[in-house]
Design a protein around this ligand. Structure first.
Ligand code: FES
Ligand code: FES
Length: 188
């Protein structure tokens, strides 16, 4: 068993310790918001926060992640209220959306350590590839998220996804609000 904390919940993966964290999150924890792009560390689609640092989860094994605190896009906020999420939507910096979770994670990590980054710092901190080419809007979105985070601006909340949180949690175990143990007890 490899133990870690994922989205503030303790998780034990009964998998080979050499398994990439990306696959454990997607295939075992059903946290499919983290995307599999290249699998080789190039695209950034698989980025998650590991102890607050944005890392490519295809390059991190679960053995290396043992005991650490992982945050996936599902855990960044449960209601899309993180300033980065709000700003990406408001600036229409999303087209197909495949790269978006990794970008949101990289941007959140940047703003956490540097609340008012320059454009050069944004470009350097978010090397993620986007085949749809949202780069100009992405810069604007991160700058706007920075202003929101510093309370210089507010953004109306993004519309709800049209899926009840509890319904979503039934098919995404990593989003459940109750513990698995409680689930098991309740099903007896
Ligand atoms: S899937 Fe990890 S960097 Fe592309
Ligand atoms: S929005 Fe399509 S890959 Fe970035």
């Amino acid at each position: 068993m490899t133990a870690m904390t994922v989205n503030e919940r303790p998780v034990d993966f009964d998998m080979d310790p050499d398994t990439p964290l990306l696959h454990a999150l997607r295939d075992a924890a059903n946290l499919t918001g983290t995307k599999y792009g290249c699998g080789e560390g190039d695209c950034g689609a698989c980025m998650v926060l590991v102890d607050g640092e944005a890392l490519r989860s295809c390059l991190v094994t679960i053995g290396e992640a043992e005991g650490r605190f992982i945050t996936t896009i599902e855990g960044l906020s449960r209601d899309r209220s993180h300033p980065v999420q709000q700003a990406l939507v408001a600036e229409q910096a999303i087209q197909c959306g495949f790269c978006t979770p990794g970008i949101a994670i990289a941007a959140a990590s940047l703003l956490r350590g540097n609340p008012d980054p320059t454009e050069a710092q944004i470009r350097a901190a978010i090397p993620n590839l986007c085949r749809c080419g949202v780069y100009p809007r992405l810069i604007k979105a991160v700058q706007r998220a920075s202003r929101v985070g510093r309370r210089r601006e507010t953004i109306s909340a993004a519309p709800p996804p049209g899926i009840d949180r509890e319904d979503a949690a039934r098919v995404v175990p990593g989003m459940r609000t109750e513990s698995p143990a409680a689930d098991a007890e309740g099903s007896d």
